[in-house]
Write a protein that binds this ligand. Structure first.
Ligand code: NAD
Length: 501
């Protein structure tokens, strides 16, 4: 077993004061690989104090200097890519090529943070009236917290924190306690890039650490990514304590398939977007919604052999399509959803429940599973199934398909496959979802467009990346200034309502 995973506060690795530890697993073997220190409220206090001290001079550091460090961070990050992929694979279980894909997406977010001077340069209006000029400036908030999920151990922390750092804040990151090592490595990469100590801090832990951050008077804003239940809690608690909060939750991403779509193309995309990363992606396609029985039968016929052919293995098996789930409990939950769908009357086409991998009998693996005739009232449909069990929900026509999407509590991502431009236009106009794909199965926008879902997939204003991320991490001040000439006379006080006439 490797040594304990420590916090990183004020530029140093620290054990913290709580004395609490939690197990970190290798999900492929089911064995404990490390112990992670869990922060108490006192440990969070220490991190916020270090961040508060550092934030003052960081906010006053020139934009040129801050940008130089972000550029360095990008280069150091690229140099550390293989090492990071290995850390992610070992603790998360995703394949090395999947981990490399995650890191590539993170690079986009770092590069976008370099556009911070343009995004925060403010506005100026000369002579709005009476020789008064109006201008607005965007300033950092101070110390902000980022609370991240297990499924993207490096990408999501980077998306949450790089813009925050670039615009002049200090960050306290509370990563998922299941994958603590890659986030600590990020802190070391920042250090090598020349970021002053205390600007990027990492505290590990569970609810205790999160709740301490949410009630801390030194934290101005919180970004959260995780499950909907916790996102709602974070949003309510943070707001109650006067923090600015953006909280991203789960999803149930539909892929509507119209009868005119190329079904071989659809089947390939459904497999990639539905089963990649063992479906532990917030933007994974969860259900296909073929329109019409003929389309449904033809699609299922194409999907079954493809689902059966998927290869499952540990993260370092270069032949594997995906790896294990994150915990034994996740495996049991996914298997329970499959069981429930069957007792609710769905039809199992490919069963991955008894999957076992030679030499990895205690790993948290679930085999690829396909369930047909899923209905909206089933738990398999209502809940986010965070594992490689995907469903087919048959719709009679396009109206029913769109209604299905709009009636679901989540609104993260959705896709439609068709050759009919008019139908596609109607789809993206009417569908109540934040990120929409037309013949694109995983509609994650580029780093310079806003990322965020609707309905119960996102609480609060603000976007994970894109221009609105810069707005989220800054406060706007608007100044009215007049410089009277020395010769201007003052006629005494004027109590009428000031206008710009
Ligand atoms: P999670 O909600 O269990 O944990 C997320 C974070 O919250 C972790 O840091 C965890 O320590 C903390 N946490 C857990 N329980 C808590 C509690 N009761 N009180 C306070 N804090 C708590 O989520 P997860 O299992 O790590 O991640 C998977 C979820 O994240 C999925 O639902 C997935 O859809 C979602 N996700 C969403 C997006 C998005 O952009 N919308 C992106 C990635 C992941």
């Amino acid at each position: 077993m490797s040594s304990d995973v420590q916090h990183f506060v004020g530029g140093e690795s620290v054990t913290g004061r709580s004395g609490r530890l939690g197990d970190v697993y290798n999900p492929a073997t089911g064995e404990v690989s490390a112990q992670c220190n869990y922060a108490s409220a006192e440990d969070v206090d220490d991190a916020v104090a270090a961040a508060t001290l550092a934030a003052k001079s960081w906010a006053k550091t020139s934009i040129a200097k801050r940008l130089e460090i972000i550029f360095n961070f990008r280069n150091e990050f690229l140099a550390a890519r293989n090492e990071l992929a290995e850390l992610i694979g070992r603790e998360h279980g995703k394949t090395l090529s999947d981990a490399q894909g995650e890191l590539q997406r993170a690079v986009e977010a770092i590069e976008f943070a370099c556009s911070m001077p343009h995004l925060t340069k403010g506005e100026y209006s000369m002579n709005i009236g009476g020789e008064i000029d109006n201008f607005s400036i965007q300033q950092p908030l101070g110390v902000v917290a980022s609370i991240s999920p297990f499924n993207f151990p490096a990408m999501v922390p980077i998306m949450m924190s790089t813009m925050a750092v670039a615009v002049g804040n200090a960050v306290v990151l509370k990563p998922s306690e299941r994958v603590p090592s890659a986030p600590v490595e990020l802190a070391r990469i920042w250090e090598r890039a020349g970021l002053p100590p205390g600007i990027f801090n990492v505290v590990h832990g569970d609810k205790e650490a999160v709740d301490a951050l949410l009630s801390h008077p030194g934290i101005s804003a919180v970004s959260f990514v995780g499950s909907t239940k916790v996102a709602e809690h974070v949003y309510e608690e943070g707001c109650r304590h006067g923090q600015r909060v953006m909280a991203f939750g789960g999803g149930k991403n539909h892929m509507i398939v119209l009868p005119d779509a190329d079904l071989d193309l659809v089947a390939d995309h459904f497999i990639g977007a539905g089963y990649g990363s063992a479906a532990q992606r917030c933007m994974a396609i969860s259900v296909a919604v073929p329109v019409g029985e003929e389309t449904a039968d033809a699609l299922v016929e194409r999907l079954v052999p493809r689902v059966e052919a998927l290869k499952i293995g540990p993260y370092d098996d270069t032949e594997a399509d995906f790896g294990p789930l994150i915990t034994r409990q996740s495996k049991q939950t996914v298997e329970r959803f499959i069981d429930e769908s069957l007792s609710d009357g769905a039809e199992l086409r490919v069963d991955g429940r008894s999957f076992e991998l030679d030499g990895y009998e205690n790993g948290f693996f679930v085999g690829s599973t396909l369930v047909d005739h899923v209905r909206p009232d089933m738990s398999f449909y209502r809940e986010e199934v965070f594992g490689p069990a995907r469903g087919i929900v048959r719709a009679g026509d396009i109206d029913e398909a769109i209604q299905l999407v709009n009636d679901h509590e989540f609104g993260n991502g959705v896709a439609m496959f068709t050759r009919d431009g008019h139908a596609a236009h109607r789809f993206f106009e009417e569908v109540d979802v934040g990120m929409i794909g037309v013949n694109v199965p995983v509609p994650v926008p580029a780093g310079y467009h806003n990322f965020g879902g609707l309905k119960r997939s996102k609480f609060g204003e603000g976007y994970l990346f894109g221009p609105d991320a810069a707005r989220f991490y800054t406060k706007i001040k608007t100044i009215s200034a007049r410089w009277p000439a020395p010769s201007d006379n003052v006629d005494g006080p004027d109590l009428t309502m000031p206008t710009n006439e």
